[in-house]
Design a protein around this ligand. Structure first.
Ligand code: AMP
Length: 287
């Protein structure tokens, strides 16, 4: 496994490798868990060689967010990636990606303005900018992202289409702890009691999925049931709810016909930790 910090060297390596092979890129911010590693496994299925980027992207964090305390267990990450037979790791410094005088940003698509975009202004501008830069530096055949960050996956699919970027996008399912909590680098902020309270997020998504399978199609009813299960402000629930919505799966706009493909999305805080999770509402998938 080769570890590169220089964009020019990473570009050259990828160009050479991609001349006769399919190369997949898995962009991450490190602090890798089984969710990230499942993307690497998926990448190995859809490509010949896998590149993983590790970069805690400062432009996607708001001023009051957790950039400084975001975990960076770099050596552990490298050893996990070595075990997964990753061919190249690209781990640039912030000053390499955003050198003195950097001032060009991507204006994200409409789907970025809702939900996370409302609560975290500038977040998707930072995500789109760094993802486009990564795609330029690493001209891979395919990029693998997780459904865990559902809105992000919609933003990236739309950006790639809108800007005619020559890369395939593959979205891989969410990996969960055995108790149902969606794996996240931020789960390590939770103490035991908070972890237990955070479980009502996945529980309420499972419940809403059951209701959907039972025939309930009214978004307002499904959302009310999610809120009930989240027990906001109670000793066994989340501390703060940013949103719990059932929306159109592609546009993330409110549902107007009950036969539209839907997704249920939750963002909530437990203690000081902000968690997001989602489930596709369908009679076939995500069961
Ligand atoms: P992050 O390091 O949080 O920026 O995540 C890097 C990639 O891993 C993104 O495409 C995420 O959607 C994906 N990811 C994060 N958590 C999970 C999970 N539990 N299951 C599957 N993919 C995940």
């Amino acid at each position: 496994m080769i570890v590169l910090t220089d964009p020019a060297a990473a570009h050259q390596w990828t160009r050479q490798t991609a001349s006769d092979k399919r190369v997949a890129i898995v962009p991450t911010m490190g602090a890798l868990h089984q969710g990230h590693l499942s993307l690497v496994k998926r990448a190995r299925q859809v490509a010949d060689e896998v590149v993983v980027s590790i970069f805690v992207n400062p432009t996607q964090f708001g001023p009051s967010e957790d950039l400084a305390r975001y975990p960076r267990p770099f050596e552990e990450d490298l050893s996990a990636l070595r075990s997964e037979h990753v061919a190249m790791v690209f781990c640039p410094s912030p000053a390499t990606i955003y050198p003195e005088g950097f001032s060009t940003y991507i204006e994200p698509p409409h789907v970025a303005s809702l939900l996370e975009g409302r609560i975290r202004p500038g977040h998707f501008r930072g995500v789109c900018t760094v993802v486009l830069k990564l795609f330029q530096i690493i001209p891979a055949t395919v990029a693998v992202f997780g459904q865990k960050d559902y809105q992000q996956s919609r933003v990236i699919v739309t950006m790639v289409k809108d800007l005619n970027l020559p890369i395939e996008i593959d979205i891989a399912p969410t990996i969960r702890e055995s108790d149902g909590l969606a794996m996240s680098s931020r789960n390590r902020y939770l103490d035991e009691a908070e972890h237990r309270r955070a479980l009502c997020i996945s529980r309420s998504l499972r419940a809403v999925q059951e209701e959907f399978l039972g025939g309930q199609r009214e978004p307002a009813r499904l959302e009310a049931s999610m809120r009930e299960n989240l027990r906001v402000g109670s000793s066994d629930g989340v501390d703060q709810l940013d949103y719990a919505v059932v929306v159109n799966r592609e546009t993330l706009q409110p549902v107007s016909h009950f036969d539209e493909p839907m997704v249920a999305l939750i963002a909530a805080r437990v203690g000081t930790t902000r968690l997001i999770d989602n489930v596709l509402l369908s009679s076939e998938v995500d069961r």
